[in-house]
Design a binder for this molecule. Sequence first.
Ligand code: CMC
Length: 426
Amino acid sequence: MSEYAQLIIDGKEHTLPVIEGSEGEKAIDIRSLRNSTGYITFDPGFGNTGTCRSAITYMDGEKGILRYRGIPIEHLAEHSTFVETAYLLITGKLPTNDELTNTSVMLNDFSLLHENMKVFYQNYPPKAHPMGILSAMVNAMRSFYPELVDIDEELNKTFLRLISKIRTMAAMAYRISMGHQPVTPRPDYCYCANFLHMMFDSAVVPYVKDDDLVKALNVFWILHADHEQNCSTTAVRVVGSGKVNIYATISAGISALWGPLHGGANQAVINMLETIHKNGMSIEEAVARARDKQDPFRLMGFGHRVYKTYDPRGKIMKQMCDIILGKLKINDPLLDIARKLEEVALEDNYFQEKNLYPNVDFYAGIVLRAMGIPTNMFTVMFAIGRLPGWIAQWKEDLTDPEMKISRPRQIYSGNTISDYIPIHKR
Ligand code: CMC
């Protein structure tokens, strides 16, 4: 053992091994702690707990670094596509030309939905949130596509089926919520153009492919494709650790993503900016309310468990926001509010002391609005982007000899042994 930690409990010394990651990050291996000492660790929210070794994504929250399989997010956003990045995350390597073509062909082959699945959509109430629909539909895929998933080839097919169909299901949820007929995918379009086509094509206004918007959507989804052990990915790993099928596992990830502290933040940011706009609230008042502990108001799109500097995804999203709004000649008052809010918050002591910076969601909603995506679809857009990451993490767990069923401990704080009192004596 080259490096170790010493723990002294009641005067008795315990030696714990230290493990080191490929970027030099260190962990005290406490797997033997309970057996050798009777103690457990206490870490609500897992802020100091490593639950796996992972070769997928590297983040440095202090320096604002994010890399997928070693490749900086900035390079992928500039040069790659969402499909190529998905391939990289899931397989661990960039595809050759043939591999990428095969992947695209299979994504096309899988893009239609089973006719019987479409019936479900008709019966959701018109205002049903698309995240609830998406989570239920992905879970339902297990019944429609029950193929074996323990052979490599079938497993890869299942991954591509999921990545392809989630896009069709998401667009269909939107069309039906609008009372419109679903649009059939076009095999001649790439993944992102096909999604925009299925969302917006109509007999009255046919969808016209715009390369800048297709590029913007590729970048949006690349930025969301993985983020190591966040809330929804942890949900995926925990649910998957019980060896449940992949559809149910991904459905759990979608549910975990829905919350406003996680993937729902992009929708919450727009709601916040609209409230500020409609109520004529000053930026200074908004920042003061966010500082006030008695007020539940928070600056949505600010802060992060890991990043203690500007979220690198947020920087790219901000640049994209300027490009897309400039190109479409959109003058969005919410963008002006967002820019001013960022400026004031970054100068504010409270935000500086707590290292609260804009995260990926701060400008994401404005980009999505400019693309014509309705607010209640924002978190669905995040889910489509995060799917390759969830799949990669689930796959990694599947072959990890160290993995066990997730089963944390607790510190019991309830009654000690108590008498049962019959009801007539209570
Ligand atoms: N506005 C005002 N105060 C904040 C904010 C905020 N957005 N975020 C954190 N704080 C304060 C918080 O009140 C706490 O103060 P104190 O130390 O006095 O109790 C301190 O900063 C630390 O915050 P925390 O909530 O303990 O930190 P966390 O790591 O548990 O939470 C977070 C991280 C992202 C949930 C939180 O920053 C937050 O609620 N942000 C707004 C929601 C949001 O934008 N979420 C999207 C995250 S990025 C997308 C994703 O990957 O999911």
